[in-house]
Design a protein around this ligand. Structure first.
Ligand code: MV4
Length: 510
């Protein structure tokens, strides 16, 4: 039995660092933050029991510097490191360096990271394990083709359209769609060049393109005793440029039978690489109901809270338990889907151009109330830096049904106020009432197919200012002997409340 973990260094920043620290606090585990020069006053630093500087703002020189991170672990006496997501979380080299330094890496074994990190290798491994992958060709060497012409011959056999993907890639990086033979050679060479410069490896493989797929992923969990379970699916089809925007669980497109089938396949995939800890198998679900393994993310994911909400389990606590060598405290049959959960990623970004909008948060009101969770890494007065991901928080709501979760999300989005920077709050409000989203009939082409969601707000209630005005007007109307405010806030229907509300809201505009 390994000694129980008493102190964890969180090798990350922002909301995920705070999220991990919360689980540690509940477990009586001490927390250690690391921070770059840009993050001296960041929330994760204030939340930790102790904190160590790791260098200049660029991640390469701080959060990604393995030597500095391990130095901080040594100085602090941490016996484990939680990498969060991004940064060092999927670097096998880091997992190995932790092992060597005698620090527990809270994540899968380095060999499992390697097995899934190389996409052609993962495809081969999954095929051998009986996991369905997208029909395609890894090339005669198993890692790309001897020439673009050889690749074209294979593409013709597969049948266009095909996807060109970098073997060392993932997450859509270096990916190209080819639907015309005449464009194939140039696209292949372009993909090779891109792969070479992005990953230092020009191997490119082919897959038949699945048109308008849904992105369905299965959360898996394995302990060191050979137990592997799945926590059902998340639907992450609402993305823009490979950036997830809204996620939900369960998927409106997945019936119980398909859920069980995909879950069993994901468990098989994890077992095939001797997986340990939290992981996620990504699948494409085609319009005709077939599903194909795409890749496995060997980390805790951003969107893990929707799974926590529908399974009533704390995935970070489980990660720590597994890292302690404990057995999973339940079997597959003990896990059930309870209701529905949705997550909206709130970004500091220009709502029309989708460009980051860094700066100081001068006003911040987090939504709360029943079945609302807002995982945030910022506070009023803190800064959204140009150096890191501009996510402000993840807003998650739960409902007994999907409809209830949506209604609750709409309510929570109305309560949310951010001042000083631009956000995508108004975008989320528009999606939540868009009929294709509400019906659950959407695919990865959703945002592209709904350009009106990106358009400048036109209707009166579509931006914060107009919303404030409408609420104030409703309250005043009620005061004058009219109907109750439609926002359902009975308390606002008094003279004082109405005045205070509009004054407070005015102060929130910048
Ligand atoms: C595909 C595909 C269609 N056919 N592969 C994008 C991210 C990376 N994990 C895989 N991706 C895709 N691979 C085949 N054979 C479509 C996508 C894709 C996509 C996948 C999931 C979520 C959003 C997406 C947006 C565009 C393309």
């Amino acid at each position: 039995m390994p000694r129980p973990i008493k102190k964890i260094l969180i090798a990350n920043r922002g909301e995920i660092a705070v999220r991990v620290m919360r689980a540690c606090r509940e477990l009586g585990i001490k927390t250690v933050a690391i921070y770059s020069d840009a993050d001296r006053a960041a929330l994760h630093v204030r939340t930790a029991d102790e904190a160590y500087p790791v260098g200049p703002p660029p991640a390469r020189e701080s959060y990604l510097d393995i030597g500095k991170v391990l130095d901080a672990a040594k100085k602090s006496g941490a016996d484990a490191i939680h990498p969060g997501y991004g940064f060092l979380s999927e670097k096998a080299e880091f997992a190995r360096a932790c092992d060597k330094a005698g620090v527990i890496f809270i994540g899968p074994p380095a060999d499992a990271i390697d097995a899934m990190g190389d996409k052609t290798r993962a495809r081969q491994k999954m095929m051998s394990a009986g996991v369905p992958v997208v029909p395609g060709d890894n090339g005669p060497s198993g890692r790309g083709f001897p020439s673009a012409e050889a690749a074209l011959e294979s593409a013709k056999k597969i049948g266009l359209p095909v996807m060109l993907k970098a073997s060392a890639g993932g997450g859509g990086k270096g990916m190209r769609l080819v639907d015309d033979e005449k464009k194939f050679i140039a696209a292949y060479q372009g993909a090779q060049r891109e792969a070479k410069s992005a990953f230092g490896d020009d191997a490119v493989y082919l897959e038949k393109a699945v048109i308008r797929p849904r992105h369905i992923e299965i959360q898996v969990f394995a302990d060191t005793h050979g137990n592997v379970v799945h926590f059902f699916e998340r639907d992450c089809s609402i993305q823009r440029r490979h950036q997830k925007v809204i996620e939900e669980a369960p998927s409106p497109a997945v019936a119980p039978e398909l859920r069980a089938k995909m879950g069993a396949v994901a468990v098989k995939a994890a077992a095939a690489v001797n997986y340990v800890g939290a992981g996620t198998c990504e699948f494409l679900l085609s319009e005709d109901g077939n599903f194909y393994f795409l890749e496995m993310n060997t980390r805790l994911q951003v969107e893990h809270p929707v799974t926590e909400m529908i399974t009533q389990r704390d995935l970070v606590r489980l990660q720590i338990a597994v890292a302690n060598g404990e057995k999973l405290p339940f079997a597959q049959d003990d896990l059930k889907v309870h209701g529905a959960a949705i997550e909206c990623r709130i970004y500091a970004e220009d709502p029309i151009k989708f460009l980051p909008s860094p700066g100081k948060i001068v006003q911040y009101r987090q939504p709360t109330g029943p079945y609302v969770r807002d995982d945030s890494g910022i506070y009023e007065g803190s800064e959204i830096s140009v150096f890191y991901d501009p996510m402000i928080s993840k807003l998650i709501t739960w409902g007994a049904t999907r409809a209830e979760a949506i209604e609750r999300m709409e309510r929570a989005l109305m309560e949310y106020r951010v001042g000083g920077i631009k956000t995508n709050l108004a975008f989320h409000r528009r999606v939540l009432r868009e009929p294709d989203f509400r019906s659950g009939k959407y695919s990865t082409a959703y945002i592209e197919g709904h350009k009106e969601l990106l358009a400048k707000p036109i209707a009166l209630d579509e931006d914060d200012d107009a919303l404030d005005a409408a609420l104030a007007a409703a309250a005043l109307h009620a005061l004058e002997g009219g109907v109750q405010p439609t926002a359902g806030n009975g308390a606002a229907a008094t003279a004082t409340a109405a005045t205070e509300r509009s004054a407070w809201q005015r102060s929130s505009r910048f």
